[in-house]
Design a binder for this molecule. Structure first.
Ligand code: ARG
Length: 578
């Protein structure tokens, strides 16, 4: 049992014995060492329910609290907080435990869920651009963390391969005529191709009209259009694969479940909404009006599911996807890692799906919204010329910048080694810069900050890891650490490091529950800070007595293992030297 859970149980039991039945203890790591190691914040709430003074309830609970072997003291603080001071032996014992286990003593969850994570999901009409970065990185980290916890994770790459833009592209392909060599040449630069088609679409109403008709034709299964469309989406998916490989994300072709896959089910979605009495015609379009989306003036923002020309919409496909995820994939929890600007769309889809019974009432559907990536000037990230930045160019630049940096620091390393370090550092830096920010806010993309070896960055953490490896090299390798010598926590820095190491599991729990990878980043950053303080205050190879060398090496080893596992769960690699 992890420490927080154990404390939770102990304090809740004491509260119950003091008369507050089923009161949550609300245990949190203390924010300052002089508040103990953990704090229980549940007394106030429990006392309020009973109409008691918090201090009285706290005093009564303490009389029933047995913390022998766990805490050296429990103090009442402020209006009724409990400050818990763990014993060194208890901390040391748990640290040993974590070190001895493959999984750092982190248990898998008691009740595994089937979690569907909808992420990346670019529109195949264009090459992936920076707008797809956040979804891809955040979704992948969540997939790794939830799998590690023992959940059944199903990745779904809901690529857009079926929308209006395909009408536009197909119409443009038609215009180009039958010259297939011309076509394949044009397709080699998807971005350019898209721009050209878009230009035609914007300037010529005839073209635009034809494009709209052609989507309907495609969606009705016209064989000629289907063939062109396949050619297009295949080229596009190859671009995506390349990005996923460069980014080291787990997505493969098996995870691609495109919008088009739901095509045949769309009429059923409409029919089933109708059966439930949820459908209403408005200006020829089929809509769902839900009271939840009432505006101030009393009007309702409808969710359109079928246009007057018969075409289906983004929402229709999402409803079909929800059904599929529920019925076929057995989803208990769905995470939608999508731009915050789609929040209304998702709210409508989730609400309608529940009303229509497409998912169980208790299926958890969560929009893991994220903000926009901004340039240094505070406006959405763009190329110098003001265009959208292709993701592949951004990742290439990351590697190049990291290479220059590594070359500057280690000019003597051979080129291949520098390249491989640069890749791990460059890609790690881009991912970490994103993951370490509060997910829902916009953030400023800044090369210099993210590649810095100081501060809350990937290079800093990777360097902390590499530095610990160099300690082991000096000690003659980790095989020289004697496991049988017990960890002793003598100096406050050792104690603090151990305490922090043991908060890893809890951090993961919170991240998994709230979808906040930035908390894992903060944790790893603080852990590295604790390690650095320990390293400065507590000599390892020159420790006062031989056993202490082993104890300190063991603490270092658990730190390295935790950093490696933690970064790994964020999709970031470490290296032994850099
Ligand atoms: N393709 C969409 C876009 O680029 C994102 C799809 C997200 N997933 C979903 N189920 N709607 O905006």
């Amino acid at each position: 049992m992890n420490i927080r859970t154990l404390l939770e149980k102990k304090i809740s039991e004491a509260l119950a014995a003091a008369g507050a039945k089923n009161a949550p203890a609300i245990i949190k790591p203390s924010t300052r060492p002089d508040f103990g190691d953990y704090q229980a914040n549940g007394v106030m709430g429990a006392a309020k329910k009973l109409g008691m003074k918090p201090i009285e309830l706290a005093e009564k609970a303490l009389q029933h609290l047995d913390m022998i072997g766990i805490a050296s003291k429990v103090e009442i603080a402020g209006p009724g907080f409990l400050n818990i001071y763990l014993t060194e032996d208890f901390l040391a014992e748990h640290t040993e435990h974590a070190l001895a286990s493959e999984r750092l003593a982190i248990e898998t969850v008691f009740e595994p869920q089937t979690v569907v994570i909808d992420y990346s999901a670019p529109n195949l009409a264009k090459e992936m651009h920076v707008g797809h970065l956040r979804s891809t990185i955040i979704g992948d980290a969540m997939a790794r963390i939830l799998s590690f916890q023992g959940h059944r994770v199903i990745r779904q790459n809901h690529v857009g391969d079926w929308g209006t833009q395909f009408g536009m592209l197909l119409t443009y392909m038609e215009e180009l005529g039958d010259d297939s060599s011309e076509l394949s040449q044009q397709l080699s630069n998807l971005e350019k191709f898209y721009q050209a088609a878009k230009q035609r679409f914007d300037e010529d109403p005839e073209f635009a009209n034809q494009a709209r008709k052609n989507v309907v034709k495609l969606q009705a299964g016209d064989p000629e259009f289907l063939k062109l469309w396949k050619q297009f989406t295949e080229t596009s998916l190859q671009h995506c694969d390349q990005i996923y490989q460069t980014l080291h994300v787990m997505l493969t072709r098996d995870d691609v479940m495109p919008e088009s896959a739901y095509n045949d089910d769309l009429p059923n979605v409409i029919a089933d909404l109708d059966k439930k009495g949820l459908l209403k015609e408005d200006q020829g379009a089929q809509c769902v009006f839900m009271d939840e989306f009432k505006n101030k003036d009393g009007s309702i923002t409808p969710m359109i599911v079928q246009k007057s020309d018969g075409g289906y919409l983004y929402a229709t496909t999402d409803l079909a996807a929800l059904r599929y995820r529920h019925n076929k994939l057995g989803m208990n929890r769905g995470l939608y890692v999508i731009d915050a600007r789609q929040s209304l769309h998702l709210k409508q889809v989730f609400t309608a799906a529940k009303k229509a019974g497409f998912v169980d009432p208790d299926t958890r559907l969560e929009h893991m919204a994220f903000g926009t990536m901004m340039g240094k000037d505070g406006t959405p990230f763009k190329t110098r010329e003001g265009g959208t930045v292709k993701l592949i160019d951004l990742l290439d630049e990351a590697k190049q910048r990291a290479f220059d940096l590594v070359t500057q620091k280690n000019p003597d390393l051979d080129e291949n080694t520098r390249k491989s370090i640069a890749e791990t550092v460059g890609i790690g830096a881009v991912k970490y810069a994103d993951l370490s920010k509060n997910r829902t806010s916009d953030y400023i993309f800044d090369w210099d900050t993210m590649l810095s070896f100081e501060g809350n960055t990937a290079p800093y953490l990777q360097y902390a890891y590499a530095r610990i490896q160099s300690i082991f090299r000096k000690a003659g390798g980790i095989q020289n650490i004697d496991d049988s010598i017990a960890i002793e926590l003598i100096d406050p820095q050792e104690r603090q490091l151990a305490n922090k190491l043991l908060q890893f599991e809890d951090t993961l729990d919170t991240v998994a529950r709230e979808g906040t990878p930035n908390l894992l980043c903060n944790y790893l950053f603080e852990l590295s800070g604790n390690f650095m303080s320990f390293y400065e205050a507590c000599p390892i190879m020159k420790a006062d007595f031989p056993d202490l060398i082993h104890s300190r090496l063991k603490l270092s080893l658990l730190t390295a293992n935790t950093l490696k596992t933690g970064l790994g769960l964020l999709g970031i690699d470490v290296m032994d030297r850099m």
